[in-house]
Design a protein around this ligand. Structure first.
Ligand SMILES: Nc1ncnc2c1ncn2[C@@H]1O[C@H](COP(=O)(O)OP(=O)(O)OP(=O)(O)O)[C@@H](O)[C@H]1O
Ligand SMILES: [Mg+2]
Length: 346
């Protein structure tokens, strides 16, 4: 890890714009050198939090720390923070070298130092031999790397990203997000990343913070959020899920005619049973929720199917080459594999 990386701490942050409360008592720690993502629907306060960390917006209440420094009142230009946007905001009339060197020119660093530091970050982000290229003659991914290099050359304490990939096409988005992840891990700079794309969040983050209407709904490692979402909102937002009304007695859960052994520290009584699509097991008979195969779609890598039951329609997914045990219209019994089940307080 980067020895100079600092943790960033938000303490009881509230942000109001007149009558609008954009952020409501958010407390959060970004571990030193890690990448934390704010994930949530439009308007939930992601950008507002990012802008407060950057110093572009003052919190109405609460404090922000970089390490042990209280930066709450510190202006943006003294925070050593850089922010990346979807529009890379590169200077179109300058080549790659000059775009990257810009911040050092502004601060009047000597030419030798500029040459050396540009060469350093160019190598870090893999833009060798493109220094003299006009930025308009670069691919979207390369432009993204120029923007990143331009940030890194300022040796920021914190890197901020606001939906940096949203104007790239799907394939490129995937590649660039892997590059950002790789680079961020290599550099070990504490980073805060904003997106409303759950797959992107899961792919790049050490920690994902799910937000809803200005508050933190749940935070955790991607796998933790997927396996143990505390609310239906999180379960729905992180991956796909079936939600069934059921009951829980401490050792087993029941949905309709189907009871299965299950243990989770949660209040007994009515619960919502969340079942991931890959955790459905379909058989022709035996134990399981009674249903009828409704649809089957072979998609190559996977096969997706739906089953109608008295508890509602269930979505299932399995490996594309796995044998399907029932045809459309046939009666089936559906079981749930425990690792994809989680009970949510009803
Ligand atoms: N300068 C402002 N003045 C008034 N209201 C604002 C201002 N900035 C943000 N808001 C409001 O605060 C709330 C949160 O906005 P924010 O931009 O943080 O959302 P977001 O999660 O980044 O959404 P998106 O995914 O659409 O970018 C919204 O209701 C927004 O309208
Ligand atoms: Mg935003």
């Amino acid at each position: 890890m980067n020895q100079t990386a600092v943790p960033v701490r938000l303490e009881n942050i509230v942000k109001r714009f007149g009558a609008v409360t954009a952020v409501e008592t958010v407390s959060l720690e970004l571990p030193a050198g890690k990448l934390v993502t704010l994930l949530g629907p439009s308007g939930c306060g992601k950008t507002t939090i990012l802008r407060m960390v950057a110093g572009l917006e003052r919190p109405t209440e609460g404090k922000i720390f970089f390490g042990s420094d209280d930066v709450t009142q510190l202006p943006a230009y003294l925070r050593d923070v850089t922010m990346m946007f979807q529009s890379y905001a590169l200077f179109p009339h300058m080549n790659v070298f000059e775009n990257i060197a810009y911040g050092l020119r502004v601060t009047k660093r000597p030419n030798d130092e500029i040459r050396e530091r540009v060469a350093g970050v160019v190598a870090q982000v893999g833009l060798q031999n493109l220094e003299q290229r006009a930025v308009q003659a670069l691919s979207g991914g390369q432009q993204q790397r120029v923007a990143l290099a331009r940030s890194l050359i300022m040796q920021p304490r914190v890197l901020l990203f606001d939906e940096p990939l949203s104007n790239l096409d799907a394939k490129l988005r995937k590649r660039v997000r892997e590059e950002i992840r790789e680079l961020q891990q290599k550099l070990g700079i504490t980073s805060l990343y904003v997106t409303h794309d759950q797959e992107e969040a899961m792919a790049i983050s050490d920690l994902v913070v799910v937000m809803k209407s200005g508050i933190i709904e749940q935070k955790g490692a991607p796998r933790e959020l997927y396996q143990a979402p505390v609310t239906r909102f999180v379960a729905d937002f992180i991956g796909r899920a079936n939600f069934l009304s059921g009951t829980y007695n401490g050792s087993s859960a029941t949905v309709g005619n189907y009871s299965f052994a299950f243990a989770q520290p949660i209040q007994h009584g009515n619960v919502t049973v969340m079942v991931r699509p890959e955790s459905l097991r379909v058989a022709k008979d035996g134990i399981g929720l009674e249903g009828k195969m409704h649809s089957v779609a072979f998609l190559g890598t996977t096969t997706e199917y739906t089953v109608d039951t008295a508890a509602g329609q269930l979505e299932g997914v399995m490996a594309g080459d796995a044998p399907l045990l029932a045809k459309v219209g046939e009666p089936v019994r559906v079981q749930f594999a425990n690792e994809g089940v989680y009970l949510i307080q009803a």
